[in-house]
Write a protein that binds this ligand. Structure first.
Ligand code: PLP
Length: 284
């Protein structure tokens, strides 16, 4: 496996960064995860735009021009045998010898990227769905930035596991559904789709927007709206969406079955539309 680090392609186990990197010391960095189908970068422009927004919001220098990003990531993909991959990339503010919350001027960002095989979601999940619990969202108020600082997400994911669930759906300070620990939330009620509005409380998921356009193309009613805990509990279907897993059906919430306790009919449809979109994309 080859990784890219600050201008060089090297075996992943040889990649090294300074412990004085602000990413290591402060979690001072941002990241992206980009899915690759048939060796082609899927929804690349959307991921690039989101990366640029995260960099701008944190005043971290963007180390590359748009086309250089694309060339670099495509080269990384082409160095590996898998047709379907997911690229992880992160940009930190850089190495600073004096530890100081305030960044020094003229730091050069650290750019690290690697790729791995993207495996399909397991048959068990496709057939049975996953279990989720609701938890108070303990994160900050800029969840629209894809920051590497993921301690709260990790703590909430561990808390979900401790309760026997696969993931947590986060309830914000106003009692509204925000998102999962690493995914966006959709609910289905009476064949209509609902998802929380974009804003500073959630990450603007790329899979979320793919699903929005699939819903539009196939005339499935969808609205961005506030979702309460009781809307969630009474939903016919709940999905968690992300780049590496598409839409995962949640069939148990807080120990109670959702719908019939099986992946629902609207999920089956969206899953099929998603697969068709990927196949078309590969063949383009
Ligand atoms: N929300 C959070 C907190 C995430 O970490 C992620 C993905 O990692 C998502 C949503 C889904 O985003 P995307 O569909 O772009 O992968």
């Amino acid at each position: 496996q080859i990784a890219y680090l600050n201008g060089e392609f090297i075996p992943i186990e040889k990649a090294q960064i300074s412990p004085q990197d602000r990413g290591f010391l402060f979690g001072d960095g941002v990241y992206e995860v980009i899915p690759v189908y048939g060796k082609k970068l899927f929804t690349f422009q959307d991921h690039l735009e989101r990366l640029k927004n995260s960099l701008k919001a944190t005043s971290i220098l963007n180390p590359l021009e748009d086309d250089a990003w694309e060339r670099l990531l495509q080269k990384l993909v082409d160095m590996h045998p898998w047709k379907n991959q997911y690229i992880y990339l992160q940009v930190t503010r850089g190495v600073q010898m004096q530890r100081d919350h305030l960044p020094a001027d003229c730091l050069s960002p650290t750019l690290y990227a690697y790729t791995n095989e993207l495996k399909p979601v397991s048959e068990a999940i496709i057939n049975q769905g996953i279990k989720a619990v609701t938890l108070d969202d303990i994160r900050w108020l800029r969840c629209d930035i894809k920051a590497i600082t993921l301690l709260p997400n990790i703590m909430m994911k561990m808390a979900a596991k401790n309760q026997g669930a696969d993931d947590a759906i986060l309830i914000d300070r106003d009692g509204l559904v925000a998102e999962g620990t690493s995914n966006n939330v959709f609910i289905v009620k009476n064949d209509a789709l609902f998802t929380p509005k974009n804003g500073s409380r959630i990450l603007p998921g790329i899979t979320r927007s793919v699903i929005q356009s699939l819903a539009e193309q196939h005339s499935l009613p969808l609205s961005e709206t506030d979702i309460t805990l009781s809307d969630l509990e009474n939903a016919d279907e709940i999905w968690l969406t992300s780049s590496t897993k598409d839409a995962l059906p949640v069939t148990e919430l807080n120990g109670h079955l959702i719908g019939q306790g099986k992946p629902g009919p609207v999920w089956q449809k969206i899953q099929q539309y998603f697969e068709e979109t990927k196949q078309q994309f590969i063949q383009q």
